[in-house]
Design a protein around this ligand. Sequence first.
Ligand code: PMP
Length: 349
Amino acid sequence: MATTSPSFPRLPVGASPRFLPTARAESVIDLIGNTPLLEVGKVTRGLLRRGVRIMAKLEGFNPGGSVKDRAARKMLQEGLKSGELTPGKTIIDSTSGNTGIALAMLGAALGYPVELVMAANASRERKRIIQAFGAKVTYSDPLEGSDGAILLCREIVAKNPQRYFKPDQYSNEANPLAHFETTGPEIWRQTNGTVTHLVAGLGTGGTVMGTGRYLKSRNPKIRVIGVEPDDPMHGLEGLKHMGSSIVPPIYHEEELDEKISVSTEDAYEMVYALGQIEGILVGQSSGAALIGALTVARELKEGCVVAIFPDFGERYLSTNLWIGWQSWNRSRLARLIAKCRNESASATT
Ligand code: PMP
């Protein structure tokens, strides 16, 4: 794979041009990672003790628009290295959307056809982006969620196993490894090693496992916290309610220090607050991650809590999320904050 040119880091606006690297890459593949870290200071104002900060890792800045670019790149690289992915094969996987976009983008860049199986109720934007990259989409029963897509994908591959390379993000160790090698080191560098907590939503579990492992390898005291929907019938695209789902083989709950359940309603409220108060438009799972981060941070005397914001909000403008965006106003922040205070007791260890 043509990943020879180093990805260029994003430098602050005021950086001296003398130190600016050439902003040029040989392939879109090389633009994955090195995403910025944003201090979330306004939504949290007055809520946290002086020495406590919350930082958001803005994964929407990846070229495919999400955190999943990292895992998809690593899974394809490993497939090429092992000889499982060879010219003539089609890349196939089941995906709730962002992995599909990442695979479709990378398949196009590398010259491999891509077929994706996803629940029919994935957002219209996601479906269209995937098609725009030239990938083929097969829809599974929306009522069966991501598990339905997993099962249908297995059936399709079983009928013609030679034809496909299936990265299988749920059981592929290259998924957490991507985060061990990139997301973790970036956060360590960006916080000058001062990070004390990592908060990330649970989908495949790849982000939280790999990033958490790296950070703990640098400082075993860093606490790693997973965020999941509080209900099997949730509206947090990209996240899994582990208790009622097929648990991904790459996910090892015992490695988490804590797990926090977040309601769809609160996550949406936080997305609206971030839009209007921080000026950043993110997806539902970012709202959930920030609720988790706040829940943890408000108990601390000092610390640096890093929350992963997996994608931006544009790709959800056709979903229910948009309805709230239109009617939300700042006066609702106080109610949301009060709720975070009261409900932090629902955090499970
Ligand atoms: N948020 C969104 C929007 C996602 O698409 C995903 C991936 N399904 C996640 C969070 C969770 O990431 P991971 O699969 O690494 O656990």
